[in-house]
Design a protein around this ligand. Sequence first.
Ligand code: DX5
Ligand code: ZN
Length: 221
Amino acid sequence: MKKILLAPSILSANFSNLEKEIIDVMSSGADLIHFDVMDNHYVPNLTFGSMVLKSLRKSNITSRIDVHLMARPLENLIHDFLKAGADSIFFHPECTDHIDKILNIIKEYGCQTGLVFNPATSLCCLEHVIDKVDNIVLMGVNPGFGGQSFIDSTLGKIRKVRSIIENSKLKILLHIDGGVNLKNIADISRAGSDVFIVGSVVFESKNYFSILKKLREQANN
Ligand code: DX5
Ligand code: ZN
């Protein structure tokens, strides 16, 4: 059975108690944390910076934290998040003219890399840098907000990326980000996703343990 990874996105968490929310979801069965950075420029919303990540690390949050950078320009932010304790930094190729250079900077720091593709963004840049990519993230929604509905055409794109990964023979994790819920997670899993980024479906539920257990069961269906 393939390994299912559930990654709660803290965008939908209670920000006034972020440390406790992370401890609660991780002790309820989550595998890693998805940290949505929004700059109100590349996407029409504003969230948190590297200082928040730094203070979470200071309060002994040791879980894997994937930083999803929805920011442009991003060059100056990369170093801040590397130093703040990101385990992975995922960015949108549209946000820089220097995809290869940014991937090298992240890799040389010993951090995992990731490219994020919006629903209508082509996968073509993968051809030139796939050997430097540890994670591929497909957006199931247009970036900027939690609680949106999953765009069904993403399923075809997941299958396409799954075959690109298989043919590359590289160890790359395929994440789906946005709109994942109990109804569609089985289809998304069958299409080929490894990591399920789950925001509102988790943080809007009263019982993190039970919703994460149900999501995992459905994804393994
Ligand atoms: C959207 C973010 C997603 C979002 C997922 O721009 O990148 O990570 O928070 O939230 P849900 O699961 O509620 O769609
Ligand atoms: Zn995200």
